[in-house]
Design a protein around this ligand. Structure first.
Ligand code: F6R
Length: 344
């Protein structure tokens, strides 16, 4: 059977996903040349950012959880946690620089006299940071934020390394970029198979290791924005204490769940066993289950291998559904309404 013609935006988005490894390298250079000041001693690190600009902070949080003694929190709201003080390193990430939640969090962090760095392509965030004397790492503009993950994530990790929060991740970023370049073709083929399975039902993405929690969020966001579908995520082992009972209900909708389990070599052997038993006990409550294992040696490579696979799945699902993966008309409409609305 001949394949339907690719929808508008498909080729463009696919090229952007293929461009992710190149962005990682470019992002390192950008952050290296930024004037940041001396490394500091911090009590904690807070990374603020929404949507496509927030995911890098969550990836950094998961990546560093096992090695960095400082708590790293991701902040995705107007307010900031009480733990944010003058001894906090606060990094505000907004691709456009105009996201109201991130700007609000930035202003509060400024009032609490945090050490602040902004990562942005411009907008209000760049002007406020410039006015307040906070370093700005400038990333290329004119892109959809979710397609700029490499430009946003590399600087974030380089900034954390340069300010003494963690060891340098530059070599790992480069290794991840090489792995991605070498395996994209293989992952693309795998993505096509997964997308066909997802096209039958509701995507449900389970993370089985804390290293992959942000990856599950990335899959959800990309499936939402690129493929225009609802997607549910949860984590093992927690879901075995509640969601396992709900799988399959109500039948008309949840019986059509297609479970994607993300696994990694750090997945606890008991969680692998849990996954097996959970899928067996709930059989009949979902349409299909697919397990995908991360690839690569280092943690960052493994995280980014599954990020790229998920991005490719979202674009392939957009093609199957005949929707434009570049368009996010509802987000744009909502931002316009919020900007024009009083209140709050
Ligand atoms: C758009 C996208 C959105 C934005 C979010 C925040 O591609 O992914 O999730 O990232 O609305 O906007 P920025 O990134 O400009 O702060």
């Amino acid at each position: 059977m001949a394949m339907a013609p690719a929808p508008e935006g498909f080729r463009e988005m696919l090229a952007l996903v293929y461009g992710l490894p190149g962005q990682l390298g470019a992002g390192i250079a950008t952050a290296r040349s930024a004037t940041l000041g001396k490394p500091g001693r911090f009590d904690n690190v807070v990374i603020a950012g929404m949507g496509g600009s927030g995911i890098g902070g969550k990836i950094a949080r998961d990546l560093l959880a096992g090695e960095c003694p400082l708590p790293i929190l991701s902040c995705q709201d107007y307010g900031i946690p009480a733990a944010v003080t003058g001894r906090t390193l606060f990094i505000a990430v907004s691709h456009s620089g105009n996201t109201e939640e991130t700007l609000s969090a930035y202003c509060q962090a400024h009032r609490r006299r945090c050490r602040i760095v902004a990562i942005t392509s411009g907008g209000e965030l760049a002007s406020l940071a410039g006015k307040n004397g906070h370093p700005v790492v400038n990333v290329p503009g004119g892109m959809l934020p979710r397609t700029a993950l490499g430009y946003l994530l590399s600087p974030l990790l380089v900034v954390l390394g340069r300010l003494g929060v963690c060891l340098s991740y530059e070599s790992e970023l480069k290794r991840a970029a090489t792995l991605m370049r070498n395996r994209t073709g293989k992952w693309h083929a795998q993505a096509g198979t997964i997308a066909r399975a997802l096209n039958l039902g509701l995507p449900v993405v389970y993370s089985t290791s804390r290293l992959l929690d942000a990856v599950a969020d990335r899959w959800r966001g990309q499936l939402n924005e690129n493929a225009k579908v609802l997607c549910h995520t949860n984590v093992l082992p927690e879901l075995d204490h509640n969601e396992i009972v709900g799988i399959g209900g109500p039948g008309a909708t949840c019986g059509r769940a297609v479970i994607i389990a993300l696994t990694d070599r750090e997945t606890h052997p008991r969680n692998r066993l849990r996954l097996e038993h959970t899928l067996s006990i709930t059989r009949g409550g979902y349409l299909r289950a697919v397990t995908v294992e991360s690839e690569g040696k280092g943690k960052l490579e493994r995280i980014l291998s599954l990020v790229m696979l998920g991005d490719l799945v979202s674009v392939e699902l957009a093609r199957l559904r005949g929707v434009n993966p570049m368009a996010i008309e509802r987000i744009d409409r909502l931002k316009v309404r919020m900007a024009g609305a009083k209140g709050g």
